[in-house]
Ligand binder design. Structure first.
Ligand code: COA
Length: 189
């Protein structure tokens, strides 16, 4: 399928939540889709770590024709003890959309589902890292209200730097607010 960006998809995709019964059918496809664009491929254990504990925070976009995987988001939600009082921190670990389907709002729909699921479970904030050169991901997250909280220099094995992005779902004390201070180049103040 080849469509120009923003052209409407010819069909409505199905969005479903991952569950353990779907592992045999979808885990290989999830790994294949995510590892295509990774500079550092994850082992199967990384996928299982997330999906066994937080399968309810994984959402998939499926082609309704054959239920094949078109997009996926994988997250976790845990207490974060370095804040006082401890906060409940959501983390978006993986997000990918199959190349021919990009630019049609599929990742946006997946991220919104993940945000809703974590907000419903009382998350205080949601964080993630993305390569500074990943313009589509930066635009997508910033459009959804994520802020740049830190620049992580040479964060990836390929030497690229990353931004940590944060979406605040609740208000924090001032200590945390200073964590968010960045100058216009994204460096920490
Ligand atoms: C990042 C990614 C998930 C976006 O998926 P998607 O379904 O195309 O995203 P959406 O259609 O919801 O939105 C993408 C936004 O980026 C924009 N965009 C897409 N390609 C772009 C490009 N090459 N340059 C600039 N902007 C671009 C879109 O126009 C849209 O922004 P807009 O709605 O404000 O115009 C997808 O590109 C992908 O899978 N990339 C590889 C894996 C990856 O980088 N994952 C993120 C790791 S944090």
């Amino acid at each position: 399928m080849v469509l120009t960006s923003h052209e409407k998809l010819p069909m409505e995709l199905k969005y479903i939540q991952y569950e353990h019964g779907l592992e045999g059918r979808y885990l290989p496809a999830i790994r294949a889709l995510i590892s295509k664009d990774l500079s550092e491929p994850y082992s199967i254990y990384v996928y299982r770590y997330f999906l066994y504990q937080w399968g309810h925070l994984c959402f998939m976009a499926l082609d309704p024709k054959d239920s094949s995987l078109v997009g996926v988001i994988v997250c976790k939600l845990e207490p974060h003890a370095s804040h006082s009082p401890p906060t409940l921190r959501g983390y978006i670990a993986m997000l990918a959309v199959s190349a021919p389907y990009r630019g049609h709002g599929i990742a946006t729909a997946l991220v919104k589902r993940a945000i809703d699921a974590m907000a419903q479970r009382s998350a205080d904030e949601i964080v993630l890292e993305t390569e500074e050169t990943n313009i589509p991901a930066m635009r997508l997250y910033e459009r959804l209200g994520f802020l740049r909280s830190k620049k992580l220099h040479r964060y990836y094995l390929n030497g690229n730097s990353a931004y940590r992005l944060v979406l605040l779902l609740k208000h924090y004390n001032l200590d945390f607010a200073t964590d968010l201070a960045v100058d216009s180049n994204g460096s920490e103040l």
